[in-house]
Design a protein around this ligand. Structure first.
Ligand SMILES: [Zn+2]
Length: 296
């Protein structure tokens, strides 16, 4: 069975060579400058290239285009971040529905959230290492640090400082594991829904972006010079877990269509999965940091 193809849908390559032989189309001509298809609006339906305008090469048009590009990225970033915090799950639902142009992509959002977190924690996380070494004394982590210090011929405080710095830089790429593991948890929790892994992955990316920025607020709560009392730190942890749970409850209701206690139960499992994924990434960061201190 052969389907008649309209001329405009013919192979773009042939079209392009055809137009390459023809004189270059003037600005505003009705052929795409990139692939040679006939143009209908301001953008090519074949490759997305924008139609050249008559004033294209003037400095004024150049500055105007740059400004609108920056403003567009800016407004998409602002809109995405606002919705990420005020409407749990909406970004995922929009992405699945195919309304994507108005927002930053899930990966971009995740990278931005993580960059902010990393920058802030490198500025904020300067708790006195002597205090930390004393607290770890006797635990298996304390013994591991002592062993590492012996091998490196450094004091335990110096070792922990180096380990912290290395782990923080390793955590930046290991944090990719958080959404990947979380998507696996979602795939198990919602196995009956027959959703693709990519849908879980996008949900996981949005949730992780929220979680990373929330994690930043915990760090801000703990001034380096004098740490908060134990009770208050516990209270903050409980609050953060509660907020994450409520957020996921709402997001799961919106994206997966669960209601009531089912959504509550499933979101509780996902909160545990999220924290486990974060712990795995952090532990791996410290392991690879220790290995790099020993062997690199
Ligand atoms: Zn084109």
């Amino acid at each position: 069975m052969s389907v008649p193809t309209p001329a405009v849908h013919a192979s773009g390559v042939t079209d392009a060579t055809d137009t390459a032989q023809a004189p270059a189309p003037a600005a505003g001509a009705d052929l795409c400058a990139a692939c040679g298809r006939a143009l209908l609006g301001d953008f090519c339906h074949g490759c997305g290239e924008r139609r050249l305008r008559a004033d294209e090469m003037t400095l004024r048009a150049f500055v105007r285009d740059m400004a609108s590009e920056v403003a567009d990225l800016d407004s998409r970033a602002y809109r995405s971040l606002r919705l990420l915090f005020t409407r749990p799950g909406l970004l995922t639902a929009e992405w699945i529905a195919g309304r994507r142009r108005a927002y930053l992509g899930p990966l971009k959002l995740l990278v931005i959230a993580f960059a902010v977190l990393l920058l802030a924690s490198s500025l904020l996380d300067r708790r006195p290492t002597t205090d930390m070494v004393r607290r770890l004394d006797g635990s298996w982590i304390g013994r591991a640090i002592e062993g590492l210090a012996g091998r490196l011929k450094l004091s335990r405080v110096e070792t922990l400082e180096r380990l912290n710095d290395a782990a923080l830089s390793h955590l930046s790429w290991l944090s990719v594991l958080v959404p990947v593991v979380l998507a696996g948890v979602l795939a198990v929790v919602f196995v009956r829904r027959r959703r693709g892994y990519v849908e879980h992955l996008v949900f996981a990316a949005h949730t992780s972006a929220f979680y990373f920025i929330l994690g930043l607020t915990i760090r801000v709560q703990q001034p380096a010079a004098d740490p908060l009392p134990e009770v208050l730190q516990r209270a903050i942890t409980v609050l953060v877990v509660g907020v994450t749970w409520a957020y996921l409850w709402r997001a799961i209701t919106r994206v997966y269509g669960d209601r009531g206690w089912r959504a509550g139960l499933r979101s509780a499992v996902v909160v545990i999965g999220l924290n486990l994924a974060q712990m795995v990434a952090t532990l791996l960061a410290f392991c690879t940091a220790a290995l790099s201190l020993l062997y690199l």
